[in-house]
Design a protein around this ligand. Sequence first.
Ligand code: GDP
Length: 195
Amino acid sequence: MVIKNVSLETVCGITSPLPQNNMPEIAFAGKSNVGKSSLINSLVNRKALARTSSQPGKTQTINFYNVNEEMYFVDLPGYGYASVSKEVKEKWGVMIENYLHTSDMLKAVFLLIDIRHEPSANDINMYQWILANGYEPIIIATKLDKIKRSQIQKHVKMIRTGLNVVGGTKILPFSAQTKQGKDEILDLIEEITRS
Ligand code: GDP
């Protein structure tokens, strides 16, 4: 898939109604700092379209990026901020649940997991949540450049076991630094949105 143009079309906070889009949506979920903004920026060949965690004032919103007037990339708010209040965590849950429940155009949810670490309780919950809403989660194992080549299979297996994935679940290793895995992810997105 060649990305010709992309723009941030809609930003939804907790009280904003979700857009009634008529093009396929691909959502990205994951713990804060997992590399979600870096992945989205890499996929669309932009340096700073999606905001990275290091930028202050990053708020808990659902961001809809219009890609090629063909589909939307949906950036779900990151979870697992240690410092946020219980109230904010609850709002986060309501927002994501509402989106997963109500979107008619959502085709797949990519769940990002840092390839170095065992999935957390929040990661496991998110995985189960995606499944429970009837979507097939696709795992992206991020920060691939941080481990040795010889360790990749072992770490992929650790994620597979940690999430207790259902048969057929894809786990795609990816590095925003080397762009390894990018073409496979774009090919998969193309396949999903065309089917
Ligand atoms: P987000 O909170 O999930 O959007 O995460 P970010 O994309 O902001 O990334 C968090 C931090 O991890 C930043 O310092 C990124 O530069 C770094 N990072 C993200 N992806 C990679 C990667 O593939 N390799 C390496 N080495 N660092 C990464």
